[in-house]
Design a protein around this ligand. Sequence first.
Ligand code: ADP
Ligand code: MG
Length: 668
Amino acid sequence: MTETMAESLTADEIENVRVVVRVRPLDKIEEESNCENIVRCDIITRSIIVHKPNTPGPPKCYYFDNVFGENSSQIDLYVDTARPIVDKVLEGYNGTILAYGQTGTGKTYTMSGNPDSLQTKGIIPNTFAHIFGHIAKAKDNQKFLVRVSYMEIYNEEVRDLLAKDHNKNLEVKERADIGVFVKDLSGYVVHNADDLDNIMKLGNKNRVVGATKMNVESSRSHAIFSITVESSEMDMTGAQHVKMGKLQLVDLAGSERQSKTQATGIRLKEATKINLSLSVLGNVISALVDGKSTHIPYRNSKLTRLLQDSLGGNSKTVMCATISPADSNYVETISTLRYASRAKSIQNRTHINEEPKDALLRHFQEEIAALKKQLEDGLFDPGSGEELDDIENEEDVDIEDEENDDDEKKDKRKKNNKEKADAEKELLEKKALENEQELNKTKTEQEQLRAKLKSLETKILVGGENLLEKAQAQEKLLENSIAELEMREKTEEMLRETLQKKETERIDIEERYSTLQEENIGKTKKLQRVMQMLMAAKEELSDQQQEHQREKESIYDSIRSLSRELALCELVLNSYIPKEYQSMIEQHTHWNEDIGEWQLKCVAYTGNNMRKHVPEKKISAKESEFVDLSHVYLSYNTESVSNAVRSKSAVRPRTSGVPRPTTLVKKY
Ligand code: ADP
Ligand code: MG
């Protein structure tokens, strides 16, 4: 995979994606409909045990890096799962926290939580308190710059949740020096934890919320909240060293199959696309863990392009899979656990991002130094004063000469002098006015410079400054929980060891049979256990077959709906474009693997573009036909053509001034 940040001075660290699972409590509806709790969370062995409803067979067991039961607190989850990642981001590593799971299982609760109380705040607000708590404790030779952006991917379109126009579709781009990025995505520099809190709330308000039958509050979009922390430290020689860590906090859309949500119409179309990006995410995970794949299909969806570094790249990543304990969700729960299990094997290579090309901190610091110099230089301006002195001296000389002349000459000279003096006075007054204006202009310029300097200086945070304000209590809560968690982890580790010892002892006892009968009993037990394992394996196999069948059916569904779209496009094409032009278009189009779109070669030399450059040239009937068609070629995008047909505005003649589809034009 490509190196996206500046060359690292240290060797890459290789580590697996960490996967934790969180089970939420049974909700009101599940309780009222007498749903059975079929999930058990074993904290000691860090496993999730799921009983298949109405089946006597052995339960399924999945092991993870950690598991959180229905009574787990937000703080516990933060301290174990997010805190280590945020600590690394503050050191200059990239970090990603992903919430994956069925709608209504607690992804948004885990990521954002309920902001009303300290205990119920989710990972995102807790990171704010953590980051600014760290800055408050840092040394004062360290400078920080914290900026955020918030976007969502909805229907394979990227939207800026913090922009004024949050419905605009943004482009995903890639550059060799900084990697994949979203063009024109707004970034806000934040000064304290409360700023961040307000920005998160604003973005959440702008999220697309689809009321599906499963959960009225559920979102059908993937939301990515990014926090970039840049830090600079001065070494002994006075040189500044900049590091940059980027934290991506991702609340994915529901992973369930569309039939369960009973989505229809537009919702069905959305669901196909949501499932598309999630299934590409699944394919990326499969390709990464399989070890044999040479091609990882990151480019097949916007989500996977943006998460390219998080999965298999330069990022410390943790996935939090959320599940429901209810028997009614058994199939989705197992599917989530399998998905999460696979993700455990993804390996990432991470390093500190040193002297990154897209860091703003150095740029701001340089600008501050330049502004300060400019202000110092502008504080005294000797030019105007000198000019005034010169004129005064000149007048003195004239008065001395005057005493030596006769009366007539004197009068004439007097008159002349008076006129001269008047003119000079006028000039002087004009100059004085100009000087005053100049002075005022300089003053306002200096004020502007000072304001700019102040605004730049407030952007840069100095280590040791307390910027927590209201978030102080949150940071304290986090701090206190660390010690508590360490204690708990020690106890759990001890219990784990004891359990392991007992297990080996049990096996030892079984091995030492004193009589044939004992041996018989022991071996029968062993046989029973092996039989149980065989049954479980068979059950797993049949479950997997069923899941594959369901997946196959959903793929067939997508194929059917795509075929319908294709038939419509063909109809439009055949109705408006003659056959010979169709084959010409085919000859001149190519698939751009980088952006996942069809492109027309030499589009700059066709149609409206040509007309724009040579307005005086008369266009022949044949050319005119070609120009008309070029508009159609440019719209050759299944989505835009079919949408346009539905809105009855498609393929109008060129002369009507229909604007060109901008997405294609921009690329040429
Ligand atoms: P999702 O984002 O996965 O669709 P939500 O986060 O909206 O799900 O959760 C659905 C509901 O369940 C919400 O009312 C939320 O408050 C509640 N909930 C989720 N997880 C928990 C939990 N661990 N403890 C208590 N309530 C939870
Ligand atoms: Mg949600």
